[in-house]
Write a protein of this length. Structure first.
Lengths: 309, 121
């Protein structure tokens, strides 16, 4: 298990992480969400022992990671940068990682690079952006880490490669109970692949939940009422609104709470119809960010409409 | 293998559960057929194996499937699935009737509606 307790990390006077509490269970796929500068990469760097926290503790399997080479062998961090590998060939990368990871499997390496059809003797500077990423993924999985950290790792891959890489991750999760931590801006990706997700905003954890329960705890409602259902009256009826729009007699709003609980509270407005639509992770993200006053919400209607299709 | 709506908000494990129960009810998956391995389904769809496991666990809990240790999940008696889906359909029907009654539809109107639906079949 990965555990961050009361973690604070500053860069000069910038507070990158502010008293962060986070637990990631073994064998799960965890998605780190958040806008640029929210602290996602800082968390990944703390877990991989690159940074030490100013305050609090970062432990993996109960032991502090910073300055702990034996533990770091169980962790592989795929950075969003690949520039450091430009002068290496894939074979040279293999040899490099073999010196650090005792668990490195040549067999795994051979099978993976063949699937991806990467050139073994060409320098990475000759590779396309996506191929560089694939090269790092091949090395990472060959190291057979217990914990794989991916910083925006899917973002440079085309759809076919994404599914191939995901299939490789599935194998490792099932064969070695590997834990995967993924940071991404692609919410659909996180939605499909992760079982738990945490949302960061300005260095704080906004939520950290299982995706299934997260979605069942926030609802989008489209309805028409005989009674007057305004923001004020709905709030007075005990509904926790995140968003509210009205077009003609149709009211659309986002509310926190379980489905039946919300429907129960709507009865006093004499509904003509009530439609409860499940939210995608993208919508949950946007509405949660709107509550925090983040500008991201400007595009909210466009996105909400898009995902309705 | 199984097609899921990856864009919608319905949790994937629920979608997987429904798809498999429909396949059992329709006879496409027969009694004692082996369900595809968790790994195969997860890799085919590019989803988390834990999600597939959750769907499989729920199917087994509701006795739509049974598992053989180290072998996998198998389809249980079809009647079990059919009964369960019937129960759920009845429950949904009851909820719809209750909502209709609350909104002032009469018994006669409801009867007429049932006949109307039946004619359309």
């Amino acid at each position: 298990m990965i555990a961050l307790k009361n973690v604070t990390k500053n860069f000069d006077d910038f507070i990158a992480l502010d008293n962060v509490e986070l637990e990631i269970n073994k064998g799960t796929a965890f998605g780190l969400l958040g806008s640029n500068g929210a602290g996602k990469s800082t968390i990944l760097r703390l877990i991989s022992g690159i940074y030490s926290p100013e305050n609090g503790s970062v432990t993996v399997d109960g032991t502090a990671v910073y300055d702990n080479p034996a533990l770091l062998e169980k962790i592989f961090f795929i950075n969003d940068e690949t520039i450091q590998w430009n002068n290496f060939t894939l074979t040279e990368m293999r040899d490099y990682f073999k010196t650090f990871y005792d668990s490195f499997s040549d067999e795994k390496f051979e099978s993976l690079w063949k699937v991806l059809e990467l050139p073994k003797q060409k320098k990475l500077s000759m590779f396309s952006k996506g191929m560089k990423r694939q090269a790092v993924v091949v090395c990472a999985l060959s190291c057979r880490p217990d914990y794989l950290l991916l910083d925006e790792a899917f973002d440079g891959l085309d759809p076919t490669m994404r599914i191939i890489v995901k299939r490789m991750l599935v194998d490792e999760m099932l064969d070695n109970n590997m834990t995967t931590v993924i940071s991404s801006h692609n919410l659909k990706e996180i939605d499909e692949f992760c079982d738990t997700a945490g949302l960061l905003h300005k260095g704080k954890v906004v939520f950290n939940r299982e995706l299934d329960t997260l979605k069942s705890d926030i609802q989008k409602i489209q309805a028409a009422f005989e009674g007057d259902a305004t923001v004020e009256t709905l709030t007075k009826a005990g509904l926790q609104l995140l968003h509210h729009t009205k077009s003609g007699s149709v009211v659309q709003f986002i509310a926190r709470g379980a489905r039946d609980e919300i429907i129960g509270k709507l009865n006093q407005f004499t509904p003509k119809f009530v439609d409860v639509v499940p939210l995608t992770l993208e919508e949950v993200f946007i509405y949660e960010m709107e509550v925090l006053g983040y500008e991201y919400a400007v595009g909210i209607d466009g996105l909400a409409r898009q995902s309705n299709k | 293998m199984f097609s899921l709506d990856l864009k919608g908000g319905v949790p994937l494990y629920e979608q997987l559960y429904s798809r498999i129960s429909e396949l059992i009810a329709s006879g496409a998956l027969e009694e004692d057929d082996k369900l595809p391995a968790v790994r195969e389904v997860a890799k085919d769809l590019g989803i988390n194996p834990n999600t597939v496991q959750k769907a499989y666990r729920n199917l087994e809990k509701d006795k739509l499937t049974y598992s053989v240790p180290a072998r996998g999940s198998y389809v249980a008696k079809r009647a079990q699935t059919i009964n369960l889906l019937r129960e759920r359909a009845l429950h949904e029907f009851n909820m719809a009737v209750l909502a209709a009654v609350e909104r002032g539809l009469s018994k006669d109107e409801l009867h007429a509606q049932i006949n109307f639906c039946k004619e359309g079949m």
